[in-house]
Design a protein around this ligand. Structure first.
Ligand SMILES: [Zn+2]
Length: 449
């Protein structure tokens, strides 16, 4: 590819104050320049894409998921359960996960995300039953085959049912195994710097599924290798009670006690924080992945995202695992985040731009990246383009508001690092019908045991 001008989009969201009404110029996998309203590129282009029917966004960034859960979407026994009983019922099913099923689940989740405009996806994988020691390696392969970027987190669980935890014994691991594999994955796959495709982070599942030693050792290992830390925190009031009983501390106090309260950490959910905790998380620069659909589906609560953001905590957006969403659709999640936060703060405080900001710039900050998440010269050419030509948009007026409020659900074109990965709403080279058939069959086998 030479120099491509994506010319005069119908509307553009840059996630900053820069003017790109005339489009963006892409060269060598990066954004070479932004073209202001009525302007033209400073240097000649070899190719022009007319974007006059497209809304242009930075590629969306998902900060929390569990790809494997696409195999247990809308499972009847937990379709109307809250977090703890939901987990208790699902763990024995998930314990049967196989390498082939995980590969299909990861490909399905990533493809669904990509088609929704997502270019970078984080996954939190903490299930390593016998035969699945290479779970993260399997996910790396799926990410590479779709040409996306990913932050794959090496999760862990050490507290089984016998130790007062929730998961069955066969899915928990020994501390030495977890730490040795974490180090292996960082050395094998973690890329640092601009344009990184695969990154690794360390991610004990939650305070109620690992020992204090694992939390501390993960923080030390992350510091040593300069990788990020991730965990579930303050998702439900049950968890708050568990933390008090087990450790005699509230969740953020516990986080601080194990050396996690800092800018290296991003937390999934962060629903139940008091005023003091919001201020401390903000001052520490600890990020939160807001997962609105999951929080509504499991009736977990409404997080304080505007206050966290205003206090200094980066806020990103996550679809969460597909057993609690049950979709991996990030542009739909923007709409969900806007609506849920409006219930707390009112309509005027949560604009479409603010919600899109969580899925782009906010998510990039949550993952510790400065090279993606906004349209600006020098950033990676990760772009999502949406058409507003379906019936659901008919009669709409403001294109950017229509994208979010009318419920866009599929991108027309998606670019990652200068390469088109979605064209005309399709992923070139991926047989979606075949993937769906194989993924559905694997899901049926998993449930039937
Ligand atoms: Zn989760």
């Amino acid at each position: 590819m030479g120099r491509l001008w994506i010319r005069t989009p119908l509307a553009v969201f840059t996630a900053n104050d820069l003017d790109a009404a005339g489009g963006v110029v892409v060269e060598n996998g990066r954004i070479a320049e932004l073209v202001p309203a009525g302007g033209a590129p400073a240097a000649p282009c070899t190719e022009v894409f007319d974007a006059s029917e497209h809304v242009l966004l930075p590629g969306l960034i998902n900060t929390h998921h569990h790809f494997y859960q696409t195999l247990t979407r809308a499972w009847g026994p937990v379709a109307s359960a809250e977090l703890f009983p939901w987990l208790k019922n699902l763990y024995p099913v998930w314990a049967r996960l196989t390498p082939e099923a995980l590969h299909l689940a990861s490909t399905a989740a990533l493809a669904e995300l990509l088609l929704s405009g997502c270019t970078t996806a984080a996954d939190h994988h903490y299930l390593f039953p016998g035969g699945l020691q290479d779970a993260v390696d399997i996910q790396v392969e799926a990410v590479r085959s779709l040409g996306m970027r990913a932050m794959l987190t090496r999760g862990s669980m050490t507290l089984g049912e016998d130790d007062g935890g929730l998961p069955p014994r066969q899915v928990v691991q020994e501390a030495e195994t977890i730490l040795a594999d974490s180090e292996r994955l960082i050395r094998t796959y973690h890329e640092c710097g601009e344009g990184a495709v695969v990154q690794i982070a360390l991610a004990p599942c939650s305070p109620f599924s690992v020992t204090t030693d694992i939390m501390k050792a993960s923080a030390a290992l992350a510091e040593e290798h300069d990788v990020r830390l991730h965990t579930h925190l303050a998702e439900t009031l049950d968890e708050e009670d568990f933390c008090r009983e087990m450790f005699g501390l509230r969740t953020v106090d516990y986080l601080e006690s194990v050396g996690w309260l800092g800018p290296r950490t991003w937390l999934a959910h962060g629903v139940h924080f008091d005023d003091d905790e919001v201020a401390r998380l903000g001052a520490a620069g600890t990020a939160v992945a807001h997962c609105p659909t999951s929080n509504m589906r499991l009736a977990s609560g409404i997080g304080r995202m505007l206050e966290l953001e205003d206090a200094g905590a980066p806020v990103g957006l996550g679809v969460d695992g597909s057993a609690s969403n049950d979709a991996s659709n990030l542009i739909q999640e923007v709409r969900q985040g806007l609506y849920l936060q409006r219930l707390r703060y009112g309509a005027a405080a949560v604009t479409p731009e603010r919600a899109l900001g969580w899925a782009t710039r906010g998510s990039a900050r949550a993952l510790g990246r400065t090279d993606i998440g906004e349209l600006a010269p020098g950033r990676q050419a990760d772009l999502a383009l949406f058409r507003l030509d379906g019936l659901r948009f008919s009669g709409s007026h403001d294109p950017l508001a229509a994208l979010v409020l009318c419920g866009a659900d599929r991108a027309d074109r998606v670019m990652v690092g200068g390469q088109w990965r979605v064209l005309d709403g399709q992923i070139p080279g991926l047989d979606l019908a075949e993937l769906t058939a194989r993924h559905s069959a694997a899901a049926a086998r998993l449930i039937s045991g």
